[in-house]
Design a protein around this ligand. Structure first.
Ligand code: HEC
Ligand code: HEC
Length: 477
C-alpha cells in the first residue's frame, strides 16, 4: 500500500513538474514572441529624433511585416502611385524606415511614429532637385489624416485576411512555423480588430473638412480618444509648427493658441497625443528630444539674399513687427486676443477649459504629471526664426507665401495647392500653383470652415518697395 502511495506521489510530482515546465515554456515563448521589448538606441540625437521610439509601439504600433505589404495589397486605397510616398512620407537614402517612423521589437517588429513625422520639413530648389530634409521643421508633405484613413480602409477590406497578407509577406521574408501560426491566428486578426477600432475612433473626422498635407486637427483626437470627453462639432485644423531653437523661446507660450506654458509637458503631451500610454511614456528618451530641439539652430535660407535691401528691411521690421515677433519684443511669444489679430478662430475654439482641466488631471501620481495646460483667448505671436520654412503661413496654413501675407486679405490667394515641396524664392513660400503643384498637392480652399485667410493685416499698408525690403530681411531670420 505504502509503496503504491509513494509511486502515486512520484507520478503526481512528475506530472505537476511537466505541466509547470510546459506552462513555463509556453509562457516564455509567448512572452518572447509577443511582449519581449528590445530597446533601440541611436548615438546621434538627430537620428534619435527621426527614428527613436517615443513609446507609441505598445498600443498603436502596426506589425512591421503587415505594414510593409499593405500598400502592395491595397494600392487602390492610396491617393496615388508610389506606396507610402504618396502620403508624403520621405525616405533618406539607405534607410529602411521613412523619416518619423520607428521599427521596434516588442515581441515582433512593430512600426510606430515619432515627433519627426510631423516635425521634419523637406524642400527642393527646383523640380529636379533631391529633397533636402530639415529635422524639426514643420512637415509640408506628410498627410496624417490620409495615413490613418488608409490603415482603416485596408482593415475594412475583405482582402485583409491572413491568407492574403501571409502570401504577400513571403516575397520579403520567410516566417518560422511558429511565427506563421502566431501571425495567422493572433497578430493579423488582432491588427485588423485594432485598426477597425481606430477607424471608428476617428470617424468624427468624416463630418469635418479634410486636413490635407502638413496639417492636423491636433487636439480633437486627444479630447475624444485620450480624455474621453463627449464629441463636439469643433474644427481645429492647424498647420504644423517647427521645433528648433527652443532655448531662445524660454517663457514663450506653446502651441498656436498658447495652450501650454511648459516645454517638457508639451513634449510629453506630444508623445501621448501620438499614441504613447501612461505606462509606455519613455521619459528619458523624450528628455533627449527636448534637449535636441532646445539647442538645434534654425535652418539658413538656402538662396541668395540682397544684404542691402535686408538691412533697410530690418528697420521696417523694427517699426512694424518687432514688438510681437523679435526676441526681446514686449509681446513676443504671448497670446494676442483673436479680436486683435483677426485670424480664423476655429482652432482657438476647439480647445476648451474643460479639456485643459481634464488633461491636467490625466496623469495624477506620475512623476511627469501635467499641470500647465490652459484655455486662452487668442493666438501666440510666434517667433519667426527659420520663417522661410514655416510656409504656408498662419496657424491654419492659409497663406502660401510671405508676399501674400503682406497683401490685404481680400488680395490673398483664395485657392491654392499645399504639399508640393519645390521652393519659390520670389514669393518666399512653396510653389502653390501651376500644373505640378496641382498634380501633387491638396487643393486648399479658403472658404472652407476653419480655412479662412483673414486677419493679421500688419504691414499690408507698406509701399511696394518697403514690402520688398521687409521680405528680404525676413529671409535672414
Ligand atoms: C501627428 C503630428 C505631430 C506629431 C507626431 C507631433 N507633433 Fe508636435 N505639433 C504638431 C502640431 C500640428 C503642432 C501645432 C498644433 C497647434 O497648436 O495647433 C505641434 C506643436 C508642438 C510644439 C509647440 C511648438 C511651439 O513653438 O509652440 C512642440 C514643442 C511640439 N509640438 C513638440 C512635439 C514633440 C516633442 C513630439 C514628439 C514627442 C511631437 N510634437 C509630435 C504635430 C505633431
Ligand atoms: C500685435 C502683434 C503682431 C504684430 C505687430 C505682427 N504680428 Fe505677425 N503674428 C502675430 C500673431 C498673433 C500671429 C499668429 C496668428 C495666427 O496664426 O493666427 C502672427 C503670425 C505671423 C506669421 C506666421 C508665422 C507662421 O509660422 O506661419 C508671420 C509670417 C508674421 N506673423 C509676420 C509678421 C510681420 C512681417 C509683421 C510686421 C509687418 C507682423 N507679423 C506683425 C502677431 C503680430
Amino acid at each position: 500500500m505504502n509503496i503504491f502511495k509513494d509511486k502515486l506521489g512520484r507520478i503526481i510530482t512528475s506530472v505537476v513538474l511537466i505541466v509547470l515546465l510546459f506552462v513555463g515554456v509556453v509562457g516564455y515563448v509567448g512572452w518572447y514572441n509577443l511582449f519581449r521589448e528590445v530597446p533601440t538606441y541611436y548615438e546621434s540625437s538627430e537620428e534619435h529624433f527621426k527614428y527613436g521610439s517615443i513609446g507609441t509601439e505598445q498600443a498603436q504600433g502596426v506589425p512591421y511585416w503587415i505594414w510593409l505589404v499593405l500598400p502592395r495589397i491595397f494600392p487602390d486605397k492610396l491617393p496615388g502611385p508610389g506606396g507610402y510616398t504618396s502620403l508624403g512620407m520621405t525616405w533618406e537614402e539607405g534607410k529602411e524606415m521613412p523619416v518619423g517612423f520607428t521599427k521596434k521589437t516588442i515581441g515582433f517588429p512593430r512600426v510606430g511614429i515619432t515627433c519627426a513625422v510631423c516635425h521634419t520639413a523637406t524642400y527642393r530648389k527646383s523640380e529636379k532637385d533631391k529633397p533636402t530634409i530639415i529635422p524639426a521643421g514643420p512637415t509640408n508633405k506628410f498627410d496624417p489624416q490620409s495615413y490613418t484613413r488608409f490603415l482603416g480602409n485596408a482593415a475594412s477590406d475583405p482582402r485583409f485576411t491572413a491568407d492574403y497578407i501571409l502570401d504577400e509577406i513571403k516575397y520579403n521574408h520567410e516566417f518560422s512555423w511558429l511565427e506563421n501560426l502566431l501571425y495567422r491566428y493572433l497578430i493579423i486578426p488582432q491588427t485588423k480588430k485594432a485598426l477597425l477600432q481606430q477607424k471608428e475612433d476617428f470617424a468624427w473626422m468624416d463630418s469635418r473638412p479634410n486636413w490635407g498635407p502638413g496639417r492636423i486637427d491636433p487636439f480633437n483626437p486627444v479630447k475624444f480618444n485620450t480624455l474621453k470627453l463627449p464629441k463636439d462639432d469643433t474644427v481645429g485644423n492647424s498647420d504644423m509648427m517647427p521645433l528648433w531653437n527652443q532655448k531662445m523661446h524660454k517663457n514663450f507660450a506653446l502651441h498656436w493658441d498658447g495652450l501650454e506654458t511648459s516645454l517638457t509637458e508639451t513634449v510629453n503631451t506630444g508623445a501621448i497625443g501620438d499614441g504613447a500610454t501612461k505606462q509606455s511614456l519613455p521619459v528619458a528618451d523624450l528628455q533627449r528630444v527636448e534637449n535636441y530641439i532646445t539647442e538645434l539652430p534654425p535652418p539658413k535660407y538656402p538662396f541668395a539674399v540682397d544684404e542691402k535691401s535686408a538691412e533697410k528691411g530690418s528697420q521696417i521690421f523694427a517699426n512694424t513687427c518687432a514688438s510681437c515677433h523679435a526676441f526681446g519684443g514686449e509681446r513676443t511669444g504671448t497670446v494676442i486676443p483673436t479680436e486683435e489679430v483677426g485670424t480664423d478662430r476655429h482652432r482657438l475654439d476647439m480647445w476648451t477649459q474643460q479639456a485643459a482641466e481634464t488633461y491636467n488631471n490625466f496623469a495624477e501620481g506620475y512623476s511627469w504629471d501635467f499641470d500647465n495646460l490652459r484655455k486662452t483667448n487668442g493666438y501666440q505671436s510666434v517667433s519667426l526664426d527659420g520663417l522661410w520654412l514655416r510656409a504656408p503661413y498662419l496657424h491654419n496654413g492659409s497663406v502660401p507665401s510671405l508676399e501674400d501675407l503682406l497683401e490685404k486679405p481680400e488680395n490673398r490667394p483664395k485657392v491654392f495647392y499645399r504639399g508640393y515641396d519645390v521652393y519659390d524664392p520670389k514669393k518666399v513660400g512653396f510653389v502653390s500653383d501651376g500644373s505640378e503643384a496641382e498634380r501633387v498637392g491638396f487643393k486648399y480652399d479658403t472658404t472652407v470652415t476653419a480655412n479662412s485667410n483673414q486677419g493679421h493685416i500688419y504691414g499690408t499698408d507698406l509701399s511696394g518697395d518697403d514690402k520688398k525690403a521687409l521680405i528680404e530681411y525676413l529671409k535672414t531670420l
